[in-house]
Every structure is written in C-alpha cells, then in structure tokens.
Design a binder for this molecule. Structure first.
Ligand SMILES: [Fe+2]
Ligand SMILES: [Fe+2]
Length: 370
C-alpha cells in the first residue's frame, strides 16, 4: 500500500488570549492548514481525540497550565507522538527548560513573527509526516506478516491433513491386502493380529525408534501376501508337498516382494522386505536367497520369530498347539540357527507380555472360528 499524506494539516491552538488565537487562526489558514482553537487547558485535553498533526500551546493558561497539558499529552500513548510548539512571552529560561523536560518540540516567542512561525510549523509538520509514514509502513508490514504467517499456517495444516489422509489410506490398503490374503490362504485374522502384536513387542524391546515400531506393527500383516499368487491346490494340500510344489510354495516370498516393492509408502516398502525375508534363517539355510545373519533385514528377522512362535502355539491341521514354554524351548534350540540370537533372548524375556497378547486376541480366535 502507498502512503498518502494529508492535504491539510490539522493544528490545535491553545491560548487564553482571543487576539493571539485569531492572529494564529488567520496565519495558519493562510499557510494552508486547518486550525482549531481552544482557550483553556481543560478544553485542550477534551479535544485531543481529534486527529491533530500539531499543537501550538501557550504555557500561561488559567487553572490547568500549559505544563500540565504537555505532561498529559506526553504521558498518553495515543497522543504522545503529536508535536507541540510552545508559545511563550516568557523570557524566563527556567520555564523553557521545564517545557523541554515535559516534552515540548520547539518554541515561538511573543510577539510572533510570521516567517518564524511558518518555518517552525513546517519543520514540525514535516517531521510528523515522516513519523506517520514510518508508522503506516510498520503497521502494513505487521498486517502483511500476519497475513503471510496465517497463510503459511493454513497451508501447513492442509499439508498435515493430506499427510494424515495418505497415512490412513496406506493403513487401509494394508488391511485390505491382508484381508484378501486371509480369505485365500485361510490364515486367520487372529494369526495376523498376534503376529502384529508380537512384532511390535519385539521391536519395542529391541529399542527400535517409535516410527519403525509403528511401521512393523502394520507391515508385518503382509508377510504372507504373496500366497495370493500360489495355486490353491498347493496351499490347501494336506499331504506332504512334492519337491516342485515346495519350490512353488517358496515363491510366495518373491511374489509378495514384487507386489509391494514399487510403492513409495514406508509401510508397503517394509512390507515388501518382510514378505521377501520372513523365511530366511540366521545360519543362511532359509529361502529364497539364503541370506545370513544381519544380511537379513531386522524386519524379516523379527517377523520370522513372531510367525514361528505363533505357529507353534496355535492348532494346525497337522499338529496340536504347544504351550508357550514348549514353543520357547524349541525356539531357544534354534538360536543362531533359524533365529537371530539377540531376538531369541528378547523373546525369552517377555513371556508375561506374550501371554497377555494371547489373552487379548482370544476374541479374534472366536470370530475366526465362526
Ligand atoms: Fe510365509
Ligand atoms: Fe504367518
């Protein structure tokens, strides 16, 4: 915005001498200003709410003196910026010093010289205009900064909302994918649920960052998603698989990886790594790539142990459910062979939490068996 100065400055004349008041009124009108006259200090204070550019103030006023008026103006936030020229016939030096102390900007002596009056008024009005212009730009700048800040905050909020929406749609995608795999594979919702909770527990006890814990909690549901690509006849075969069938079965790891790895989502990216590596073994005897030790991503190592623990403690068509103690004993025997030894230690240290998860997911078991 552009600053437009006033066409006519508004000047307050405060003097109890009607002759001086008239003289000043006529002079100011001739200079092109708009004068306003009051003849007492009280009236001066009452009229201050008008927007004056300059005050010409007599010090010798009855009742409320010019000093009091000056003091009031300078102590009031709203008026303190108005320049004041003191008109005095007083040649007393101490009055002038007091006037300066109280905040006078300049003096004019009586009798008033017209040229001197014009020069002093012009100089004070120029200063006032410069101050007003700075004030105007400062206020506009503040408004502009506030508008921009509000705009930025709204934008940020919008981005956060969008991110949240994307986040939840990825979680929806995971749930939908996991559900479709369940339908096909007859894997139960309870298995997926417990896998997810065991993985979360292990990741937390291992000290993984919160974000990673959140990711594995959801992404672990996708470990067997690749089974969608496995022929149903092989998945549901009750007898032992032939060598060729076993090779096809093993491909569910690669199929799951290929289904998910093109995604930009951290959840689906980790899901693809889990799908690919949850059958790898610590000693390198797993599949599909015979990875060894820490070559297997931590996601795959966690899901491997969670998956096997749940399989051991669940009823399957070919076996009874082992107790937690029996399952943990079998897993301990596989420390450094099938499983990451550090994770085996962690699993053995959280037996109470494992039982709590099993109790919590009992209701899912019931729903599954309906
Ligand atoms: Fe699997
Ligand atoms: Fe599984």
């Amino acid at each position: 915005m552009i600053y437009i100065p006033k066409e006519h400055s508004s000047v307050l004349i405060v003097d109890d001498d009607p002759g001086i008041c008239e003289f000043l009124r006529s002079a100011l009108q001739n200079f092109g200003h708009q004068p306003q006259i009051v003849q007492s200090g009280e009236e001066a204070i009452f009229s201050l709410n008008r927007d004056y550019d300059l005050i010409l103030l007599d010090l010798d006023l009855p009742v409320l003196s010019g000093f009091e008026v000056l003091k009031f103006i300078r102590s009031n936030q709203k008026y303190k910026h108005i320049p004041v020229i003191v008109i005095t016939g007083d040649s007393d030096r101490s009055s002038r010093i007091d006037a300066i102390r109280f905040g006078a900007n300049d003096f004019i002596n009586k009798p008033i010289d017209l040229i001197e009056l014009q020069v002093r008024i012009k100089s004070q009005l120029n200063l006032k205009q410069a101050v007003d212009e700075i004030k105007f730009h400062k206020e506009n700048l503040e408004i502009l900064v506030e508008q921009r800040t509000t705009g930025m905050l709204n934008l940020l909020r919008e981005v956060q909302n969008q991110q949240e929406k994307v986040h939840f749609s990825y979680l929806d995608t995971i749930k939908t994918l996991a559900l479709s795999a369940e339908f096909y594979d007859k894997t139960t919702a309870a298995h997926i649920r417990r896998m997810s909770m065991y993985s979360e527990l292990l990741a937390r006890k291992l000290g993984l960052p919160d974000k990673d814990i959140q990711i594995i909690t959801h992404a672990s549901a996708l470990h067997d998603i690749g089974k969608i690509a496995t022929p149903h006849s092989i998945l549901t075969k009750t007898g032992t698989l032939t060598e060729d069938e076993w090779k096809i079965m093993q491909k569910h790891t690669i199929a799951g990886y290929e289904m998910l790895n093109h995604s930009l989502s951290d959840y689906l990216q980790v899901g693809s790594q889990i799908a690919l590596t949850h059958h790898e073994k610590w000693d390198g005897s797993g599949y599909p790539h015979k990875l060894q030790g820490s070559e297997i991503p931590i996601w795959g190592r966690i899901c491997a142990i969670a998956d096997v623990f749940d399989a051991l403690t669940s009823v399957r068509p070919y076996k009874r459910a082992f107790s937690n103690e029996e399952a943990l004993q079998l897993i301990e025997q596989q420390s450094g062979k099938h499983f990451d030894p550090q994770l085996v230690k962690v699993l053995l240290s959280v037996q109470k939490e494992l039982s709590q998860i099993q109790e919590k997911t009992l209701k899912f078991q019931k729903i599954d068996s309906l």
